[in-house]
Design a protein around this ligand. Sequence first.
Ligand code: GLU
Length: 288
Amino acid sequence: MPPPVFRFAPSPNGYLHLGHALSALMNFDMARAAGGRFLLRIEDIDAARCRPEFEAAIYDDLAWLGLEWERPVRRQSGHFDAYRAALDRLTEMGLIYPSFESRGEIARMTAERGGNAARDPDGAPLYPGHANVLTAEERRRRVATGESHALRIDMAAAIARTVPLHWQETGSGPDGETGSVAAQPAAWGDAVLARKEIPTSYHLSVVVDDALQGVTHVVRGQDLFWSTSLHRLLQDLLELPAPGYHHHRLVLDAEGRKLSKSTQATGLRELRAQGLKPADIRRMLGLT
Ligand code: GLU
């Protein structure tokens, strides 16, 4: 049996905080315990928000924590062709369509529907548009003229092509879900898989990369628990293997909120500057 493969996949759009440390250390410790491999992947598809100094800081902070990872590190910005190939495949299956509304227009359309508009698991309103009723000819014409657009998955058509999907959860979801969890991809509506300015999305690239890198265990924060529904759907459509999942508790601030990259008090750089040692970080996180 080949060894299990774990990965930590941060985005270099800020400095790492205690929440990232928990994810990275859990991946590393679980890989060690299982005699497995530990990969680091840089999720830098969003050129407008990612910066080289944040990437350099990721390597620096993780090395300080005592982690070792395989080289070369996969950086998503170097693999847009792989994501394009996956998107082309979904397009050939008739599951992708362009939508032309701006974010502002979508917000307005949602507001017009009143307070009870359905939202996706990230809290964003479900796509309320009607681009999926445009004729193929009309779509081609508007894309050809260079009109800004997003490429969306036709969720109803995608679900019609798959069987009910599950994943194996060894951690837990926000409501204690564990074991065999039923994926609920419909909750995402016609999700955006690529935009004109970013030719892929988190959901598409994560699924492609986990498969290409042979990842067998995805260990990440509970905030991504319901993203797994969409990931399972994409894996099934693209005939990619499904890893096992372990979603862990989130590290919260004093007010009980999820940490953000700008929270100075919990930044690894700040804690290190205050003289804390990696063992102190482990202790703060409740890791032995
Ligand atoms: N890049 C994502 C983040 O920083 C994590 C992706 C994942 O672990 O699936 O939140």
